[in-house]
Design a binder for this molecule. Structure first.
Ligand SMILES: NC(=O)C1=CN([C@@H]2O[C@H](COP(=O)(O)OP(=O)(O)OC[C@H]3O[C@@H](n4cnc5c(N)ncnc54)[C@H](OP(=O)(O)O)[C@@H]3O)[C@@H](O)[C@H]2O)C=CC1
Ligand SMILES: O=C(CO)COP(=O)(O)O
Length: 480
């Protein structure tokens, strides 16, 4: 721990921030223009930041392992003294505010960046986010800024809680000010047209940073009400995982760890699709059996898509998978659920989004996942059905009935691979049909196959079968 770190905790007088960073007890028309920031930077990564600055190392040359080593060295003290962490939260919506508030309450030196200058002034004055979390008082130590540079400079960790559509542009804007900070995404979505997850965008825009993603069942309003909640920080960097745990952990909020970045991130992004489906189903007054079927088949789709994207399917059994799926699919607080409910009551998508007036990532994620799954032959019947209802104007009841008639599938395909139920059989049928010399089959398998082809006419399913057969072929070739 550097001596400056030891001597400078957030309990002492805070550093002067640059232009437009407003501490709550500071008059907003009296914002300091002192950009000198004369006090030495403090906190976990201070040593690294200092070293990089002194040696004139360019951002691209910074060695992330040195950053990790610096954090690791100090972890023991940080666990006991989270108030040594200096954090920036970017995004003044409900989630950025709720998380920044948790960190500030834990004693971390915390700045919330909000893009609108007038909102910054109003938040600093009222200590409230009137637009997104009206009525909830924020911790008095929380600082507010609309100046990105001053918000992120000399911080240990930068948390991004902007909507996915603004994620890349926000990273581009902070890139010139990155020295040794770590970056953590709180955003649950997929970039339009590129299918990129937020961690992909971080790797694109800031290839050298130490990063993580955080996701879990975290409805912002429940967190503001101190209702016990938990989340997951996923990172390949153990020190970063520990630092995030130390920053946010409290009696009301537990932070679990994972190193499956893909799985944790996909859990948060994909569950929004099914929250829309569940909101819509609720508008039709469906029963508990139906909800349970929707929820568990959603989980099957999520983990199937996840595996194709390189995630560990077991991650979907954790907080960021089944946990968030459950919370978002069963709560009217979920904006995605609300969108689905409005659709189910006859509103069109544009009107529903306008009425909501807040972020519902699922609206974009459905389109991205529908396109990606169709292109790559990943079997995602609920997503395709929802897409057909929302974007192709198909009748919801007809689409739901068609879903119910889809062929015989394995329940948990990681226990009994789908090949053993009917995909392999379908593939055999296709092969037999295209090879007239091979028409002799025993009557049992003929009956089975007829069953399959009668009920299982979904073209994506057929693709699935071909893909499985191709995978098996190449696996057996590999063995040879
Ligand atoms: N709310 C929740 O319970 C949770 C949300 N999340 C995720 O967090 C992310 C943010 O959602 P949430 O906080 O709920 O969103 P909100 O709808 O509550 O707020 C969106 C915020 O983003 C700002 N914003 C919009 N566009 C831009 C932009 N181009 N550049 C910078 N800021 C912008 C808005 O500013 P302005 O007001 O000026 O338009 C507003 O402050 C989403 O990915 C969401 O899925 C994750 C867990 C829980
Ligand atoms: O992700 C969330 C809870 O974990 C918030 O869900 P909504 O974005 O649907 O409100």
């Amino acid at each position: 721990m550097t001596s400056s770190t030891k001597n400078n905790t957030s309990k002492e007088k805070p550093n002067k921030e640059a232009v437009d960073t407003v501490a709550p007890n500071q008059k907003t028309d009296d914002i300091s223009l002192d950009t000198a920031s004369t006090e030495k930077s403090s906190g976990l990564l201070a040593g690294i930041i200092e070293r990089a600055t002194k040696s004139g190392l360019g951002r691209r040359k910074l060695n992330p392992s040195a950053v990790e080593a610096d954090v690791a060295k100090n972890m023991e003290q940080v666990r006991d003294n989270p108030d040594q962490l200096r954090l920036a939260f970017l995004g003044g919506g409900s989630f950025g505010t709720a998380m920044a508030n948790l960190a500030a309450r834990n004693g971390c030196d915390t700045t919330l960046w909000v893009r609108n200058k007038r909102t910054v002034k109003s938040m600093a004055k009222s200590q409230m986010n009137k637009k997104y979390l009206s009525g909830y008082k924020l911790d008095e130590s929380l600082k507010y800024s609309h100046d990105l540079a001053s918000a992120v400079k000399d911080k240990d960790i930068i948390f991004l809680a902007v909507p996915s559509l603004a994620f890349r542009e926000t990273l581009k804007s902070i890139a010139p000010f990155i020295t040794g900070q770590s970056v953590v995404s709180l955003t649950k979505g997929m970039e339009k047209d590129t299918f990129a997850l937020m961690s992909d965008i971080i790797k694109d825009e800031l290839p050298e940073v130490n990063f993580g993603v955080m996701s879990g069942p975290n409805l912002a309003i429940e967190i503001m009400k101190n209702m016990p909640s938990a989340t997951v920080i996923a990172s390949h960097s153990e020190p970063l995982r520990h630092a995030v745990q130390a920053a946010l952990h409290s009696a009301f909020f537990r932070v679990f760890a994972s190193d499956d970045i893909r799985g944790v991130e996909l859990g948060g992004a994909l569950k929004n699709i099914y929250a829309i489906a569940m909101g819509m189903a609720a508008a039709y007054d469906v029963g508990e059996n139906t909800k349970a079927m929707l929820l568990t088949r959603a989980l099957a789709e999520m983990s199937r898509f996840g595996v194709e994207a390189g995630a560990n399917p077991l991650t979907f059994l954790g907080l960021s998978g089944v946990g968030d799926l459950y919370a978002t699919c069963s709560s009217e607080l979920s904006r995605n659920y609300q969108i689905g409910n409005m659709l189910g009551r006859g509103m069109n998508i544009d009107a529903a989004v306008k009425k909501l007036g807040q972020t519902a990532e699922g609206v974009n994620t459905i389109q991205q996942v529908h396109e990606k799954a169709s292109k790559d032959g990943i079997y995602m019947p609920i997503t395709h059905a929802l897409y057909a209802v929302i974007y192709e104007d198909k009748a919801a009841l007809g689409v739901a009935l068609h879903l119910m008639e889809a062929g015989f599938r394995s329940d948990v395909e990681f226990v009994m691979p789908h090949d053993y139920s009917n995909a392999a059989l379908t593939a055999q049928m296709q092969a037999a049909a295209s090879n007239p010399d091979d028409q002799e089959q025993d009557s049992d398998s003929k009956n089975n196959a007829e069953n399959v082809t009668n009920t299982d006419d979904d073209s994506v399913e057929n693709k699935d079968a071909k893909k499985s057969t191709a995978k098996n072929d190449s696996a057996s070739k590999d063995k040879k």
